[in-house]
Design a protein around this ligand. Structure first.
Ligand SMILES: Cc1ncc(COP(=O)(O)O)c(C=O)c1O
Length: 413
């Protein structure tokens, strides 16, 4: 029955209903479930000691400023630190005026929607793509052109046809993609930059996982390749890419602290958007993150994260090789937090999840990551959150469930 409230919600809420999957995933919060479902960092890598010391220092030395309202752009020393990092390690000329601090990258995705999307506008996304972005842009009435991916990321040869439709922007996750774990090859990155330039379509590069590489060579980001493509511009980036990254996976997601690198004129528009949304990102969190990071701690800390997650990934792959039936295939990501399973076409991962939950193990069925439908036989599996013991036990349970499904011991309707 419709309540009076149903008539009051704005049209944009129509596409934001609860899904069966979301309801199922609530079960994954039960303490006895082994969850490969969330996108959570391992809580054991949070640098608690450093945070405690930094909080004390901030309160003692800058308490009043840190607890005061602040500028919308973000705490200047933090933006300077990010700009130094971008210039030194990413080889892109970035000034602090190219940087906006946001309350998580999720907020930046929402702002991209507010800034660019009119109802009915097309956005090019990878298939599959990050669910949080699709959710943010659904609210603005986006339509999607989904470009297929393989083990080298977006199949850029199929992009040109998509660009002829006239999309507002291209959304790409080049490193250890959420959900699939794949990485866009250098050759495809270059082609992507060239095509985007040819058709005058901006790129949003979402890169929360770029630093979490466990093997293989680092591949330059799209923002740095785009900046090379355009040549020097006096220490200030003014190209075609909006780059997003976050402290969620390097420090802690509870900080809600991320950054956007974009041409100054785009930053100015984003600043207006942010003023209307929340005035500024929490000052205290920005001061604390700067205090934690300023002496080069992040470079050391990221090595710890890499070694913990690498071990978890290795154990997961080893266990999947042993326990999963040969009809199931999966990616072998060189970094990040996820891998991606593909079941035989006739199988529905959402049905598998129902039984898996009874066996106290969970993952996310992949259909929701496909902006234009399909993918019912796919699944996202997280390896950063569970311990290696939980991974061994969880993959064993999941492997048995999959085998039973495949051998039709569980009826499939
Ligand atoms: C690809 C991608 N973009 C954005 C986000 C949101 O990150 P944040 O915690 O900075 O809001 C995530 C979080 O998992 C993500 O995987």
């Amino acid at each position: 029955m419709q309540t009076p409230w149903e008539y009051r919600y704005a049209h944009r809420m129509q596409k934001m209903g609860s899904s069966v999957i979301r309801e199922l995933l609530k079960f994954t919060e039960q303490p006895d479930i082994i969850s490969f479902a969330g996108g959570l960092p391992g809580p054991d890598v949070f640098p608690l000691k450093e945070f405690q010391a930094a909080c004390n220092t901030v309160i003692e030395q800058q308490g009043a400023q840190a607890l005061q309202y602040s500028t919308t752009e973000g705490y200047r020393p933090l933006r300077e630190m990010i700009s130094r990092h971008a210039t030194r390690y990413m080889h892109v000329d970035v000034s602090p005026d190219n940087i906006l601090i946001t309350s998580g990258s999720q907020q930046a995705l929402d702002f991209a929607g507010r800034l660019f999307i009119n109802r009915g506008d097309y956005i090019v996304v990878e298939s599959p793509s990050y669910l949080g972005a699709l959710q943010a842009w659904n609210a603005y009435g986006a339509q999607y052109i989904a470009v297929r991916t393989d083990e080298f990321g977006m199949i850029v040869d199929e992009l040109e046809a998509a660009l002829r439709i006239g999309p507002k922007f291209i959304y790409v996750l080049p490193n250890f993609q959420n959900p699939s774990g794949v990485t866009l090859s250098l050759e495809r990155r270059i082609k992507l930059i060239e095509l985007a330039d040819k058709y005058g379509v901006p790129i949003i590069e979402d890169d929360p996982y770029g630093q979490l590489r466990y093997e293989g060579e680092h591949i330059p980001s799209l923002v740095s390749l785009d900046s090379q493509f355009r040549g020097k511009n006096g220490g200030c980036y003014s190209g075609n890419v909006i780059y997003l990254s976050t402290f969620s996976k390097l420090l802690a997601p509870g900080l809600r602290l991320a950054w956007v690198i974009a041409p100054e004129q785009v930053i100015r528009k984003l600043v207006m958007t942010k003023q209307a949304a929340d005035l500024h990102t929490a000052s205290f969190n920005q001061y604390v993150a700067y205090e934690v990071g300023k002496g080069g701690f992040l470079d050391e800390h990221v090595k710890v994260i890499r070694s913990v997650y690498k071990e978890r990934r290795d154990v997961m792959l080893e266990m999947m090789d042993e326990m999963f039936p040969p009809e199931v295939h999966w990616t072998r990501p060189q970094g990040g937090m996820f891998l991606w399973g593909v079941l035989p076409e006739r199988m529905d991962a959402a049905e598998v999840l129902k039984v898996a939950i009874e066996r106290k193990v969970a993952f996310v069925p992949g259909a929701a990551f496909h902006a234009c439908g399909g993918g019912a036989n796919t699944m996202r599996i997280n390896f950063s959150y569970p311990t290696t013991e939980a991974i061994r036990e969880g993959v064993t349970r999941l492997g048995l469930t999959l085998k039973e499904f495949l051998h039709e011991k569980i009826s499939q309707n």
